[in-house]
Design a binder for this molecule. Sequence first.
Ligand code: FE2
Length: 281
Amino acid sequence: MDQPRRVVRVIEPRPVTEGAGVRLRRSIALPTLDHLDPFLLLDHFSSDNPDDYLAGFPRHPHRGIETVTYLLAGAVRHGDSLGNRGTIEGGDVQWMTAGRGILHEEFPEPRDGKLDGFQLWVNLPARLKLCPPRYQDFKAAQIPSLRTAEGASVRLVAGRLGDVQGPVSEIAAQPIFLDVELPPGGRFAHPIPDGHAAFAYLFRGEASVGGGDRIGSPRLAVLGEKGRLEAEAGAAGARFLLCAGQPFGEPIARYGPFVMNTRAEIEQTLRELAEGTFARS
Ligand code: FE2
């Protein structure tokens, strides 16, 4: 646990268009990084041009995964087949466990001309893929914002920092989800259970991670399997997401917004959609 985790791969995000025409930067779910068990997808949406995102994500299904929406700026209006409605604002998080199925829509909106945020997909183990859907929604003020002795500012979405616990709980992957901002030359270290997968997504400035070469932004640094995260910011400071979670080591059968264990389970899901029985119970 005391050794720094080395960076084993650096992924350059690729531009993709999703939903009804939302332009994103994707760094997990790419030919270069299909998944990082238990993480299945990472999208960064960041734009000052509303044409990049106003078309949004009209009604679409999910099954077998959790989708995490974490916003820095702007907002995402959402609604679903269970009658839930709401708006995720800058600093808020929504951790949605789709389980056996949900049909929802998500529409990004600017605030002061800006939109900046992330969507992360976290896998569910086979035993929970058909669990009842569940939301954990937390407003910015409910997410602990901490300052370390070394000057790092940390927003704690999931996991523990010292005596403080992040609000997202009871997630199968036992995730760590931190938003870390470092001043120029600032350092941050954080324990990660050995064997848990981990990445740092650098989205501002640059940093050296695990004692390696400086990494610019935006870049996703995949960390090795053992030891703790260590990061040191460059002259302009740095800001990154630190995510870690327990791998499930199960087969992955992926089809768009569904991630199951077998092809037959995907086909069953598509049958339910065609028959109109999906997300009806
Ligand atoms: Fe969605």
